[in-house]
Design a protein around this ligand. Structure first.
Ligand code: ADP
Ligand code: MG
Length: 799
């Protein structure tokens, strides 16, 4: 499809980002050398105790080169500016782009690509890129742009459309799979992956959050989608200059790869194995592709081995500007994984890509243009040659023509004309018809006609000439008259329009003054228009429709379940985030409201100043009229002062307006974050609840067995144990405040399921009989647990 000629050859840019290690930061494990201007290097120093365990390899330090290294304290905006902004710029210009994050689970891939779940400032490359792209599109009026997004998840070699609306209702396995199709030109097409149009930043952000939420819902402790799947968020941009049939299309892939951790890291006796295998098979194929690409003289690149390498074929060694971010969590126990990640990055850095400007001629637009041209040429040709029209005149048209000819012939007015339009068929028909009539009358009245003609010829030759001349003059006169009349008519019409226009303008204020001031407070600038949060709310309500609990509990939550949910919420780590964000949101709302009011004030002030200026101007005009010596052209200091005042107010209006716009984006983002946190909370609760129910059933069966002879219910063992509940155990990703904890748990993929076992141990010393009805029993259990939680809290606060 390419062919614009513009081509950019470059190797894949490879960056490293080091995750903050928090308080447990280990000094001396690595060093960053940023002296060189073009490349930086990362040196990893293996501690002695670890180095001894290395098989075949007694090296103590490793050095890797990167385009740039983002050390622990690097912020999201800096990462965006150096890595993503240049790629986004190219995408806007019509080049494909890819940014992918590679690293072990917990090293910060999702944080870098999508962003943190709590703070607005933690938003990652995707939201920032969307913001940047839509900003640029708004500024560029020379082209017409269309943007679509798609969100693909690849799990176990199967592709899923994260924006498929059916995601809400069905399980991952039941959704239609996204499959790869290859056309004869070896271009990849993805079947069942929807492209959703996004007209602005908000719409695109809503889609991103929808996809992330869908991904979260589909995840179970069994499938571990978030660490074992790849996610590809793609922004599709097409642009066209008005009137042109040439279209530029580009795709920007933002890729969050599966965790790169390998199995069999340590062999017998804690020895590190040099060739460890990826847990994720498709990453293994990715590595093979990269090895093949980095080798010279390799003709076959095994792209087709996995779905992910097929989808990213253009990004690796093809028509694309590609950047890789190696995310590294340089904890002591992650040293081997970190070295693997760096080695992978070094190979990727060898790959050369050739990005081509993706220009193509839209066949549909071309067809429309050509059809129009053909019609025009046909018309022209028909008029010139009279041969081109193929279709015959209809019966109706023929009758109409007969009538026209009849009236024409019968009209005694010498000036009467026969006008059938610029249609050669009609003109021809008229001639032949008249000829027929002539011939007919010739036969019946041959004599008279010929006599008459000869008479005229003989006697009235001179008179005829005179008559003709007179008639010609008359014709000219009449033509001139008509022209004059038509012109007059046109003028009258214009006058009427102008009058109407002026009437409209007069009611809005004097035109002249308006032009001289050039104050342009456009409609779209009014704060009320800008500050609508309706759409964001619409989305949140759609998220609320998600069928978690209703799906599992068959419609409604029981009262007990609701109560349990309330308690669960209390203990959940995310509820703190939700509360925090709620507060922040309130604050932002208040700020926005205040700003809106201020903006209105400034607007009123500008209007007031405008009024004063008008007043002043009128005064001066009046003065100039009554006193001709007074020059109106000289600058009036008062007027000038008013003008500068207006300019200043306009400036502050603009600044405040931009701040309001920024606030709006932030508020929307926060709302989406909160929605996501709420959904996650519900989902965690759902998992916990079903686990509790299952445990209860198991225990009940046991209880049945140990029921004592006097038939009083013996309380199940697990209810009596009094282990404190880990309050934080439900959050899959530990929050920023406890980073070091996360990195410690990086490799425990069964985190959720393993902790859930120690979790189900509420205690009670008061025997409460169970009913045997699982629903009610679950409620009772939840109640006991809730009470226990409260008692614990009380106990804690008393200590
Ligand atoms: P991955 O996607 O690679 O498995 P995450 O992006 O989920 O890893 O990161 C794991 C945890 O570490 C998350 O809680 C995330 O918020 C946090 N984190 C990662 N990188 C950073 C960073 N640069 N700054 C602050 N927190 C980070
Ligand atoms: Mg992740």
């Amino acid at each position: 499809a390419g062919g614009g000629g513009a081509m950019v050859k470059e190797t894949i840019r490879v960056y490293a980002r080091l995750k903050p290690l928090g308080r447990r930061q280990q000094a001396g494990i690595y060093s960053v050398d940023d002296d060189e201007k073009s490349v930086s290097s990362l040196e990893i120093i293996v501690p002695h105790d670890l180095a001894d365990g290395f098989v075949n390899n007694k090296r103590e330090n490793y050095k890797f080169k990167f385009q740039k290294i983002f050390d622990q304290e690097a912020k999201q905006d800096v990462v965006f500016d150096s890595i993503a902004r240049p790629v986004a710029e190219c995408a806007l210009a019509g080049y494909n782009g890819t940014i992918f994050a590679y690293g072990q689970t917990g090293s910060g891939k999702t944080f870098t690509i999508t962003g943190g779940a709590e703070r607005y400032s933690d938003r990652g490359i995707i939201p920032r890129t969307l913001s940047y792209i839509f900003d640029q599109l708004q500024k560029d009026n020379s082209k017409m742009y269309t943007t679509h997004v798609s969100y693909l998840e690849i799990y176990n070699e199967c592709g899923y459309d994260l924006l498929d609306p059916r995601h809400e209702a069905s399980r991952l396995e039941d959704l239609p799979k996204v499959t790869i199709m290859e056309d004869p030109d070896q271009n990849i097409h993805l079947k069942n992956l929807s492209l959703q149009q996004a007209n602005n930043e908000e719409e695109a952000l809503n889609l991103l959050f929808l996809g992330d939420t869908n991904r979260m819902i589909a995840e179970t402790p069994m499938n571990q989608a978030s660490t074992r799947s790849h996610c590809i968020f793609t922004i599709h941009i097409s642009s066209k200059e008005p009137g042109s049939a040439t279209i530029r299309r580009s795709k920007l892939h933002l890729v969050d790869l599966a965790g790169s951790e390998r199995v069999a890291k340590t062999g017998v006796g804690g020895h590190l194995l040099t060739e460890a295998k990826y847990i994720n098979l498709s990453l293994h194929y990715l590595e093979q592709v990269i090895i093949a690409l980095a080798e010279k003289n390799r003709s076959h690149i095994p792209y087709r081995n996995s779905m992910m390498t097929s989808v990213l074929r253009d990004s690796l060694g093809g028509n694309c500007m590609t950047a890789m971010i190696a995310t590294i969590s340089l904890d002591k126990r992650n040293i081997d994984e970190s070295i693997s990640t760096c080695r992978f990055a070094q190979r990727v850095a060898l790959i050369k890509n050739e990005a081509v400007l993706n220009e193509e001629v839209d066949p549909r637009l071309m067809v429309v243009q050509l059809q129009k041209e053909i019609q025009e040429l046909k018309d022209e040709l028909a008029l010139v040659t009279g041969k081109q029209r193929t279709s015959e005149l209809s019966q109706e048209e023929l009758l109409q023509l007969d009538k026209l000819i009849e009236t024409f012939l019968e009209d005694n007015d010498p000036e009467s004309t026969l006008d059938v339009g610029a249609d050669m068929r009609k003109i021809k028909y008229c001639f032949s018809h008249v000829k027929q009539l002539m011939n007919h009358s010739k036969i019946s009245d041959k004599k008279t006609v010929s006599q008459h003609i000869s008479e005229e010829k003989d006697t009235n030759k001179e008179a005829g000439k005179e008559e003709l001349k007179k008639l010609k003059e008359l014709l000219q006169q009449r033509d001139d008259e008509i022209n004059i009349l038509v012109n007059m008519l046109k003028k009258e019409k214009k006058k009427a329009q102008d009058a109407l226009f002026q009437l409209n303008v007069a009611s809005a204020g004097s035109t002249a003054l308006k032009q001289s001031l050039s104050i342009n407070l456009e409609e779209k600038w009014s704060p009320s228009n800008c500050f609508s949060l309706k759409e964001a709310k619409d989305l949140s309500s759609s998220v609320n429709r998600l069928p978690f609990l209703s799906r599992q509990t068959g419609g409604k939550m029981s009262l007990g379940c609701q109560g349990a949910f309330e308690v669960f919420k209390w203990d959940h780590a995310d509820s703190v985030t939700i509360e925090d964000n709620k507060q922040l949101l309130k604050q932002r709302f208040a700020e926005a409201k205040c700003l809106g009011e201020k903006i209105n004030e400034v607007r009123n002030k500008i209007n007031h100043l405008k009024g004063e200026l008008t007043q002043r101007h009128i005064q001066r005009v009046v003065l100039a009229v009554s006193n001709p010596s007074e020059e109106l052209n000289t600058l009036d200091p008062v007027e000038e002062k008013l003008r500068t005042q207006i300019e200043e107010e306009k400036k502050s209006y603009k600044t405040m307006f931009n701040r309001l716009k920024g606030l709006k984006v932030e508020i929307e983002h926060l709302q989406l974050l909160m929605e996501k946190a709420k959904v996650k909370l519900q989902k965690d609760f759902e998992v916990w609840w079903s686990e509790e129910s299952t445990n209860l059933q198991v225990c009940q069966e046991k209880t049945e067995l140990v029921r004592s002879p006097n038939s009083t219910t013996v309380y199940p063992h697990f209810i009596k144990s009094s282990q404190p509940l880990p309050t934080n155990s439900f959050s899959e990703t530990t929050r920023a405040s406890s980073n070091e904890e996360t990195s410690g748990k990086n490799n425990s993929n069964n985190f959720n399921s393993s902790t859930s076992k120690t979790r189900t141990s509420p205690s009670s010393n008061t025997p409460i009989p169970l009913t045997g009805d699982s629903q009610i029993d679950a409620d009772i259990l939840a109640f006991i647990k809730a009470r226990q939680n409260i008692l614990q809290k009380k106990g804690k606060s008393c200590q």
